[in-house]
Design a protein around this ligand. Sequence first.
Ligand SMILES: Cc1cc2nc3c(=O)[nH]c(=O)nc-3n(C[C@H](O)[C@H](O)[C@H](O)COP(=O)(O)OP(=O)(O)OC[C@H]3O[C@@H](n4cnc5c(N)ncnc54)[C@H](O)[C@@H]3O)c2cc1C
Length: 459
Amino acid sequence: MKKKRRIAIVGAGLSGSVLAARLRNSFDVTVIEQGRRKRPLFHEIACSDGGINSSINRGAGLGGTTNYWHNALIELAPDELRGAGIEPSRFADYYRQAWSLFLSDADLATCNRIRDANAASLPAGRAAHMVVPQARANVWEHAHRWFPGDPITVVYGHAERLVQDGANGPTHLLVRTKSASTRIEADRFIFSAGGLATPVLLASSLGIEEKLCGGYHDHPMAYVAKLRLRPSSVLRDVSCQDTSAGSVRTGFVYESGGLKSVFYLRPALTLGVASITGEARYVLSDLRNDPFSPRKILQLLTNVEALREAVLFKTRAGFRGDYYSVLMLGEQHAISARGVHVSPGRTPALNWEVTPEERSAHARGLAQFLDEMAPQIADSNCIPADRWEYRTAAHHSGGARDFLASSAAEGLEFFAVRGLPDTSVCDASLLQRGGVANSGLTLVALCLRLADALEQEPE
Ligand SMILES: Cc1cc2nc3c(=O)[nH]c(=O)nc-3n(C[C@H](O)[C@H](O)[C@H](O)COP(=O)(O)OP(=O)(O)OC[C@H]3O[C@@H](n4cnc5c(N)ncnc54)[C@H](O)[C@@H]3O)c2cc1C
C-alpha cells in the first residue's frame, strides 16, 4: 500500500480536531496538544484588562476551547467574508457542510425557516441569525464521529517552534514534553494552536524575538441598557425561539464608522442596572466553566438580582416577559497596534484595548438601535457609554496577519505562511475580519476548505 504523506497539526482545539479527523484517511496525521487534561488556560498570556485571565477564555486538552464554549453557531455576513479575503459564493458549500456537522437537514431547515421569518419581520439587514444546538459538543469527540477512520497519533507536549535543517533541508517541529524535547517530522505542518498561541509560534519559528503581532480583533461585549418592551413588540418574539434542535437567537445589527454593533436581548426583572454592572454580570456563565472559584461564588451571592436574571435566561422562561438587558457585541478593526507582543524571556502580552473610535462607533450603534426600535420600546435605562464595562468575547482573531503569504488567495495559498514552506495556519488567528459573528462555524468551514486543498495538492 502507498505510504501516506505525514501531516503534523499543532493544537487539538476546534480547528485542530476538525482537521485531524477530516484528514485522517488521506494523510498520516499527528496532533500535538499541550494539555493531557482538559483544563482552562488562565495564565499563558499577560493581560490585565477585559477578563482575559479572570474568566475562561481558552482551554487546553482534546477539544481545546470547545470544552467550555456555548456552541452558538452563526455565519459571517457576505461583506465580512469579503473583508476576510473569502469569496462568499465559493464558501457557501463549506458553510453548508459545517452546519450539517451540528444539525440534521430537517433541523437546519426548521432553523432557516425561523431565520427567514424573523428577517422579514424586522427592518432590512438588521437580523443576525444564531443557532445554539441543545447539547454543547466537545469538537474532538464530535469530529471523530463525523469523520471516522484511520488512527490519529496524539503527542502531548508544548510545541515550541518549527526548525529547518539547513537552507533547503527538511523541517521538524520542536516539542517540549514532560520528560524531554522531541522532534516531530512531517511533510506538512498546520498551526491550529488558537488565536493567541499561533502568532507566538509563528514568530519563534521565524526567529523573531521581539514583535507586536498586529491585526488582532475580537468583538468585545458590554451590557449597555435595560429595556421594557411594549406588549406587542416583535423584539420579544424574535429574540429567542426554541425548536427540538436547539434555540434560535436573533441579534439586531447596526453599523457606524465602518464598525458593526449587534444587540442581543436577555430577559430581566426590572429596569435597574445593578444586575448588569460590576463583576457579577457574567457570573453564572463564569461559574459553569469554573465551578469551584470561591471569588465567583461570593460575587454571585452578593448580587442576587444577577443570579435571578441569569436563571431567567438559562431557562429561557423570561423571553416572554417585559424587561430585557441589552448585551452589545462590538466589532473591532484589525489594526496594527493591537495584538500579542512577544519579547525575549517574557510571557507573551496581549494588547486588547477597545479604541476610543470603536467606543464611539458602538455608542452610535446603540443610539440607532433605540431610535429605529422606538415603537417597540416602552421604556429604557441606558448605561452612559463611558461606563460600559467591556470584556473579551474570547474570539481571539486575526493575530497571524503579519505572517500570512496572502489573505486574498484561493486554495492552499490562503492558509500559507510567508517564509515557512509547507506550513499553514488554520485557526482563529487566520480570520482577518470577524464582524460581530462568533467564529466557530466559520473556522469549521475553513478547516474543511483547507482539507480539500491539501487533498488536491500534487505530491
Ligand atoms: C467560554 C467560551 C465560549 C465560547 N463560545 C463560543 C460559541 O458559542 N460559538 C463560537 O463560535 N465560538 C465560541 N467561542 C470561541 C471559540 O471557542 C473559539 O473561537 C474556537 O474554539 C477557537 O478555535 P481554535 O481552533 O482557534 O483554538 P482553540 O479551540 O482555543 O484550541 C487551541 C488548542 O491548541 C492548544 N495549544 C496552544 N498552544 C499550544 C502549543 N504551543 N503546543 C501544543 N498545543 C497548543 C491548546 O491547548 C488548545 O487545545 C467561545 C470561547 C470561549 C472561551
